[in-house]
Design a protein around this ligand. Structure first.
Ligand code: SF4
Length: 190
């Protein structure tokens, strides 16, 4: 564990707003080549401490072609949500990631992972933070325009259960975007 990992593990910056307490879930190493910026841990991940250890993670692995072994090897992949701790439930889903978290930690995490070649921006919170020029653009249009953000960023819908509806409504995602996503992910490790 690096000093940065220890500092993150001890973070209490927004503890007062976390109904289930702090448990930062983040994975990064100096050798990470691919970064995945997600939303925030859900209740299952909060309990296990293992990021993307849920149905959304299964779907993201299917989309990217990453095995569990690859995804959980920090030498390859940095897993960096917009909020590191579980924010609790809201009506119809989870609360948004705590807004204090990314400004507090992300630049330090990227500094600690200088070899990241490609960053997958999973969901609207990650895209709002890293693609501010697309503000106001619907997610579907942003994902369809993914090539304009390469080689650094690749925007994706959040792979929650609702993404099956997105895929049904937008067959180009599976036919055109996923094959290029898998290529870009493999190239990040080459
Ligand atoms: S969500 Fe982020 S800022 Fe808030 S306590 Fe957890 S690690 Fe700290």
């Amino acid at each position: 564990m690096t000093p940065l990992h220890r500092e993150i593990a001890a973070c209490r910056a927004c503890e007062a707003h976390l109904p289930h307490g702090t448990r930062p879930v983040v994975q990064v190493s100096v050798r990470s080549r691919l970064a995945i910026v997600g939303q925030a841990p859900g209740s299952k991940v909060h309990a296990s401490g293992v990021p993307w250890d849920d149905a959304s993670g299964d779907r993201l692995r299917e989309w990217t072609g990453l095995s569990r072994e690859e995804m959980y090897d920090p030498e390859f992949v940095a897993l960096v949500p917009m909020g590191f701790c579980y924010p609790g439930k809201a009506s119809g889903g989870d609360m948004p990631p705590r807004k204090e978290c990314a400004p507090l930690w992300h630049s330090r995490v990227w500094h600690a992972a200088p070899q990241v070649r490609l960053t997958l921006l999973v969901g609207t919170y990650a895209q709002a933070a890293y693609l501010p020029q697309t503000r106001g653009m619907p997610l579907t249009r942003r994902v369809r325009a993914f090539e304009t953000f390469l080689p650094r960023y690749f925007p994706l819908p959040h792979p929650a259960w609702r993404s099956t509806l997105f895929m049904r409504a937008n067959p180009w995602f599976e036919d055109e975007v996923l094959p290029i996503l898998r290529e870009a992910v493999s190239a990040a490790f080459a």
